[in-house]
Design a protein around this ligand. Structure first.
Ligand code: AMP
Ligand code: ZN
Length: 293
C-alpha cells in the first residue's frame, strides 16, 4: 500500500512528490474543474515564470520583495566567462559573480498570468478563467505545508462591482462545501497578505477592515491551521492597471486560490497517509476508484 509522500530534498521547502501523492493532486484538479464548469470557465496553461516588468508595475516588488524569486543569467561573452572561471580556480571566487537579473521572475501566484489576457477590453459579461501553475515564494520558514515551490489552482472572476464580491462569497461557500465532502473541517477567517516593510503598515489594515482576503484553514497535522484555499477581492486594482472595463466602469476582480499540496497534506492529516484507505466517499470525489473503507 503506497503512502502519499512529499519527499524532502536538500533545500528546505522544495519537495518531490511520489505517485500516490500526485494521484490525489490529479483528483483535486479534476474535482475543482468539475465544480467550476457551469460558469463557462475559460481554462489556460500558464508557465512558472512571468515578466519582471509586469510584477514591478503591479507593485508586487514593493509589497513582497522578500518572497519574490528572481532569475539571473550569465549574459557575458566567452572571454568574460573565461575570466570568471580563472578567478574561481585562482581564489575560489563565486561562479555567479557576473550573473545579471533577467526579464522574467519566478511566478508567485497563478492569477497574475490571467488579467493581462483581457487587458484593454470592455467586457460585455463577467469573465471566469482558471489555470494552475507551479509557484515560487522565498518563504522564511519551512514547517510542514510551507513550501517554496508549490502548485496553485486559481479561478479568477472579472466583472462589475456587484457581480465580483457576490461571486467571491459564493465561491467561498462552494469551496467550503467541497472541503466538507472531502472530510476536511475548515475554518473561514478574514486574513491579510504577508506584506513586507512599510507595505505591512499601509496595506494590511485596510485589507483586513474591508475583508478583502478570506482563507479556508485546515489542520495539516501540526496542530496549527494553515490556509488550504483563499479568496481575494481586489476591487478595481487590476481592472485599473490593465485597463479592463465593464460598460463604463473599471472592472473589479477576485480570485479563488487552492494550494494543491496543502490540500493533500490536510487530507493525509484527516484520513491517514494511504489514499487506498481513505473513506469511499472521498476516494469517489477524487476519482481514485476502489471502495476504500
Ligand atoms: P495566497 O495567494 O497567499 O492567498 O495563496 C493562495 C493559496 O496557495 C493558499 O491558500 C495556500 O493554499 C497556497 N499557498 C500559499 N503559500 C504557500 C506555501 N508557501 N506553500 C504551500 N502552499 C501555499
Ligand atoms: Zn490570485
Amino acid at each position: 500500500m503506497l503512502a502519499a509522500s512529499l519527499i524532502p530534498t536538500e533545500v528546505p521547502g522544495v519537495g518531490v512528490l511520489n505517485s500516490a501523492f500526485e494521484a490525489v493532486v490529479d483528483g483535486l484538479r479534476s474535482s475543482i474543474l468539475g465544480f467550476a464548469e457551469p460558469e463557462d470557465t475559460q481554462a489556460f496553461h500558464v508557465p512558472p515564470v512571468i515578466s519582471r516588468a509586469l510584477l514591478e508595475r503591479l507593485g508586487y516588488v514593493d509589497a513582497f520583495p522578500n518572497l519574490l524569486g528572481t532569475l539571473h543569467t550569465f549574459v557575458g561573452d566567452n572571454r568574460r566567462w573565461r575570466a570568471v572561471q580563472a578567478a574561481r580556480l585562482a581564489d575560489g571566487a563565486p561562479w555567479h559573480s557576473e550573473q545579471t537579473i533577467s526579464d522574467v521572475v519566478a511566478l508567485p501566484a497563478t492569477c497574475y498570468h490571467l488579467y493581462p489576457l483581457v487587458a484593454h477590453q470592455t467586457l460585455a459579461q463577467p469573465v471566469t478563467m482558471t489555470a494552475e501553475a507551479s509557484c515560487y515564494r522565498h518563504e522564511g520558514s519551512s514547517e510542514l505545508g510551507r513550501l517554496r515551490s508549490f502548485r496553485m489552482r486559481e479561478v479568477v472572476r472579472i466583472g462589475g462591482p456587484d457581480d465580483v464580491p457576490a461571486w467571491r462569497d459564493e465561491w467561498l461557500t462552494r469551496a467550503r462545501t467541497w472541503f466538507d465532502g472531502l472530510g476536511l473541517k475548515t475554518s473561514v477567517e478574514v486574513a491579510t497578505d504577508p506584506f513586507f516593510g512599510d507595505a505591512a503598515r499601509m496595506m494590511a489594515p485596510p485589507q483586513r477592515q474591508e475583508e478583502l482576503k478570506w482563507e479556508l484553514r485546515a489542520d495539516l497535522g501540526t496542530g496549527q491551521a494553515q490556509a488550504i484555499a483563499s479568496a481575494n477581492y481586489h476591487k478595481d486594482h487590476f481592472g485599473g492597471l490593465f485597463d479592463i472595463r465593464t460598460g463604463g466602469d473599471v472592472a473589479h476582480t477576485a480570485c479563488a486560490a487552492f494550494g494543491l499540496e496543502r490540500i493533500v497534506l490536510a487530507l493525509i492529516a484527516a484520513h491517514g497517509e494511504s489514499p487506498e484507505r481513505w473513506p469511499a466517499s472521498v476516494r469517489g470525489a477524487l476519482g481514485l476508484g476502489g471502495t476504500g473503507r
